[in-house]
Design a protein around this ligand. Structure first.
Ligand code: GDP
Length: 291
């Protein structure tokens, strides 16, 4: 919780402390409402979620508006926030998202998390467009103690995915994490690329990928939300990993994501280190934001 609190420091100091201060000390009248509205929008909570929160607060006519706000935020953020781990291994996770969002780093952090649980992990370098992405993933595989599966730059992403999953099956490994390409200049191209990877994987494990995690950079705020909507149209995203929360004052984007995308946040990134990925817990998140 301390690491989470530290990660949300900028958001707390810029906006949420003020919101808390106002709600704790004033009646929830018109003027208070307008001030809270402005702060929520500035914190990147988004218009839709902000209006919803204010309506709920008005309906409730709360004695304790601060406590009521926490409840409403927890309600918005509480979804199916845990990973859907299948009974049979391997558990196949496809990581998607635009370049620069923190996708490769998150693959490494996730691999490390599973390794710490004693699981055997395979990392598949399916972003074959960028040699640098392959090299980076290799470094993360070494750091986390995962098996690394890659082909040459420019190789077929589906073939890499097939090899990664096939390796996991033949060696009895627990988890496969696929780092996919994140080029967004053309929606059709993105769709073809991701669907190809998923189709190939399904030849080996029909229910795979069990999770499609969309990596989003919290710093990009509302822009990132627009990109996320495109990914959602292209593949069935099962969860969000919200990265770089430590680097932004606009941590309210988590609330906009939950309300507008309707996809559960499953992890948050609060730093560049291997341990800086935290499973998302709505209550802890809200307590840290409004601490
Ligand atoms: P990719 O292009 O999506 O694969 O992105 P990378 O994994 O290469 O990450 C891009 C940059 O973001 C790197 O410098 C990472 O160290 C940094 N990064 C990733 N996650 C976090 C995070 O949670 N917090 C911070 N501060 N930086 C992060």
């Amino acid at each position: 919780f301390d690491k989470l609190k530290e990660g949300l420091k900028k958001s707390r100091e810029a906006f949420f402390n003020k919101i808390g201060q106002i709600l704790k000390t004033r009646r929830f009248d018109r003027e208070t409402r307008d001030e809270i509205e402005e702060l929520l929008i500035l914190a990147d909570v988004g218009v839709e979620a902000t209006e919803y929160i204010l309506e709920r607060l008005e309906e409730m006519k709360p004695e304790d508006a601060f406590g009521a706000l926490k409840e409403i935020l927890i309600e918005i953020l509480s979804k199916d926030n845990k990973l859907n781990i299948p009974d049979e291994k391997p558990f196949v996770i496809s990581m998607v998202g635009v370049n620069g969002s923190g996708k490769t780093t998150t693959c490494g952090k996730l691999a490390y998390m599973f390794r710490r649980e004693g699981k055997q992990v395979v990392l598949g370098a399916c972003d074959t467009f960028r040699a640098a992405a392959i090299d980076q993933l290799k470094i993360w595989a070494e750091r986390s103690g995962a098996t690394f599966i890659a082909h040459m730059e420019g190789a077929d992403a589906g073939a890499v995915a097939y090899d990664a999953v096939n390796h996991a099956i033949s060696k009895g490994k627990d988890v496969v994490i696929l780092d996919t390409a994140g080029r967004l200049h053309n929606k059709k191209h993105l769709m073809d690329e991701l669907q190809k990877v998923h189709r190939v994987v399904q030849k080996l494990v029909p229910a795979a990928p069990h999770e499609v995690l969309l990596v989003m950079d919290a710093v990009t705020g509302q822009n990132g939300l627009q990109q996320a909507k495109i990914f959602k149209e292209v593949v069935s995203v099962t969860g969000i990993v919200l990265t770089k929360l430590d680097g932004t004052a606009k941590g309210g984007i988590a609330i906009a994501i939950a309300k507008e995308l309707g996809i559960p946040i499953k992890f948050i990134g609060v730093g560049e280190g291997i341990e800086d990925l935290k499973p998302f817990d709505a209550k802890d998140f809200v307590e840290a934001l409004l601490a």
